[in-house]
Design a protein. Structure first.
Length: 127
């Protein structure tokens, strides 16, 4: 599986010419969950725009209807149901395959056997 990342600071440590170097956190995350990644190309709005438009559609579909939850788990369960419903609603031949392709991706992923924190604690929060 390959994840596409925008050129954000939490993913790109440095740019050397046209080459981008990933952060240690992204390398650890990709290693833990066993996925490949690539970065969007600079000045290619069509790459980034597709992802951002998808997030906008999902946000409108899910959270314009309901935006309060008692727990993170409740919010995640709600979002999972909305995504499942949306993925089953094929508007074209390409989108009709979304659920099947997602299942193939999930089957190819390495099972998660331990917790993984992909964050760094700030100085004020360390014990």
């Amino acid at each position: 599986m390959r994840m596409v990342y925008d050129n954000m600071r939490v993913a790109v440590k440095s740019f050397v010419g046209s080459e981008k170097h990933p952060t240690d956190a992204l390398l650890e995350l990709a290693g833990f969950y066993a996925f490949d990644f690539r970065f969007c190309n600079a000045r290619r709005g069509n790459e980034k725009g597709t992802v951002e438009e998808t997030v906008k559609v999902l946000r409108k579909e899910a959270f314009s209807v309901r935006d309060h939850f008692d727990t993170l788990e409740e919010a995640q369960a709600y979002l999972d149901k909305v995504c499942e419903r949306m993925n089953k609603t094929g508007k074209s031949r390409a989108t009709a395959e979304i659920a099947r392709l997602a299942e193939e991706d999930f089957a190819a992923m390495r099972p998660c056997t331990d917790d993984f924190g992909c964050f760094q604690m700030g100085r004020d929060h360390q014990g």
